[in-house]
Design a protein around this ligand. Structure first.
Ligand code: OGA
Ligand code: NI
Length: 338
C-alpha cells in the first residue's frame, strides 16, 4: 500500500495529477487488491475465494499481490519489452507481419496510423503465441527479450492455473473445473510500448477482451482504466502486482455471473508506458465446444448463451458490426431473432 502512495506522490510531484484527473474523469472507486499469500491455508483460501468472487461479479478486474511470480522476473520482462521496442527499426522489421496467422512471434506497429490519422491505437506490440503442447521454439523470440519472455510466460501460466482454481471455487465448482474444460489453453503474450504522448488523448480504444482470462503486467506509469457502474476507475499500478481481468468467454461460461468489463488505456505525457498482457485465448487443437457451465444452470437460471467454438467466436468477433459486443454474438435471444 505504501508503494501505491509513493506512486501517487510521484505523479503529484511531477505536477500532472490535476490535469490527469480532469482528462480521464475517473472516479475514486478503488479496484480490489487480492493478496494471494495464504491460499494453502483453509481459512485463508476461503477469504481469497470470497474476495475473487466479489471482484469478478462487480468489476471483472482485480489486482493480485504475493502471486508467486518473482519480482526480478517482472522487472526483466518490462525491461526486455522496452529494449525490444527501442531497437533500431531495421531489427524490428524482421518480425513485422500484419497477418495474425503468419507467425507465432509477430511485431505489430501502429505508428503509420498515428502519422496518417493522428490518433487511435498509438502503441506498438510484440505478440508471442505459446504452444500448450510445450513444443515451443524460443529462438523465434527476439534475442533481446528472449530469456525474460520465456521465464515470464512459464511463471504466468503457473499463476493462471492457481487463478483458474480460485475462480472455479468462486463459481461453486470443483477447483479443477475451468482448467479441465480448456480455459487454460492458447496463451499469448502481447508486449506493448505506448510512447509518451505530448497531447494526452485516448490511445487504446475502450474494449472487452475476447478471451477467457487476461493477466496484465504494467509499469508504474499508469493509464489503464476499467468501467464499473458506468464510471471509469483507474487501475493504479502496484509495484510487483499483476492485474487480472475476466474476458468475454469466461463471462459466457459463468452465464453472466462474472463480468467481462470494458477497459481502456489513457495516454500520458510521461512515458513510454510498458505493459505485457498474457491472454488465455482458449484456442486449442482439436477445438472444443464451450457454453454456459451446466452445473450453473437451473430452471431459474437458464443458459443465456448458445454453445460456440473459440475459432468461430473469434471470426465473428473480428467481423462483427461495431454496435454489437462479442457477448451479443452468442446470446440466446439471437435464436428468436433468426
Ligand atoms: C489489452 C489491454 C492493457 C494495457 O491489450 O487488451 O487491455 O495495460 N491492455 O496495456
Ligand atoms: Ni484488454
Amino acid at each position: 500500500m505504501d508503494e501505491r502512495k509513493a506512486g501517487i506522490k510521484g505523479l503529484v510531484d511531477s505536477g500532472i495529477v490535476a490535469e490527469e484527473l480532469n482528462m480521464c474523469k475517473s472516479t475514486l472507486q478503488i479496484l480490489p487488491v487480492v493478496d494471494l499469500s495464504g491460499i494453502e491455508v483453509e481459512d485463508g483460501r476461503k477469504k481469497i475465494v470470497d474476495e475473487i468472487r466479489e471482484a469478478s461479479e462487480k468489476w471483472g478486474f482485480f489486482q493480485v499481490i504475493n502471486h508467486g511470480v518473482p519480482s526480478s522476473v517482472l522487472e526483466e520482462m518490462i525491461d526486455g519489452t522496452r529494449k525490444f521496442h527501442e531497437q533500431d527499426v531495421e531489427v524490428k522489421k524482421e518480425y513485422y507481419s500484419s497477418d495474425p496467422t503468419a507467425r507465432r512471434v509477430r511485431y505489430v506497429s501502429n505508428l503509420h496510423l498515428y502519422k496518417t490519422k493522428g490518433k487511435t491505437n498509438l502503441k506498438d506490440s510484440l505478440h508471442i503465441s505459446w504452444q500448450d503442447s510445450g513444443h515451443n521454439e524460443p529462438e523465434e523470440i527476439p534475442p533481446v527479450c528472449r530469456k525474460p519472455s520465456v521465464e515470464y510466460i512459464n511463471h504466468v501460466i503457473k499463476l493462471q492455473h492457481i487463478l483458474l482454481g480460485l475462480l472455479s471455487e468462486a463459481l461453486g465448482l470443483n477447483p479443477n473445473h475451468l482448467k479441465a474444460i480448456g480455459c487454460d489453453k492458447g496463451p499469448r503474450l502481447v508486449c506493448n510500448y505506448y510512447p509518451a504522448c505530448p497531447q494526452p488523448e485516448i490511445t487504446f480504444g475502450k474494449h472487452r477482451d475476447p478471451v477467457f482470462l487476461t493477466i496484465v503486467l504494467q509499469d508504474q506509469n499508469g493509464g489503464l482504466q476499467v468501467m464499473c457502474d458506468n464510471q471509469w476507475a483507474d487501475v493504479t499500478p502496484i509495484e510487483h502486482g499483476l492485474v487480472v481481468n475476466i474476458g468475454d468467454l469466461l463471462q459466457i461460461l459463468s452465464n453472466d455471473k462474472f463480468v467481462s468489463p470494458i477497459h481502456r488505456v489513457v495516454a500520458k505525457k510521461i512515458g513510454p508506458r510498458i505493459s505485457v498482457a498474457c491472454f488465455f485465448t482458449g484456442c486449442s487443437t482439436p477445438p472444443k465446444m464451450h457454453g454456459p457451465i451446466k452445473e450453473l444452470i437451473t430452471e431459474e437460471n437458464p443458459p443465456l448463451y448458445k454453445e460456440f467454438q473459440v475459432d468461430d467466436y473469434l471470426t465473428k468477433f473480428f467481423s462483427k458490426p461495431p454496435d454489437k459486443t462479442g457477448l451479443d454474438l452468442f446470446r440466446q435471444t439471437d435464436l428468436h431473432v433468426a
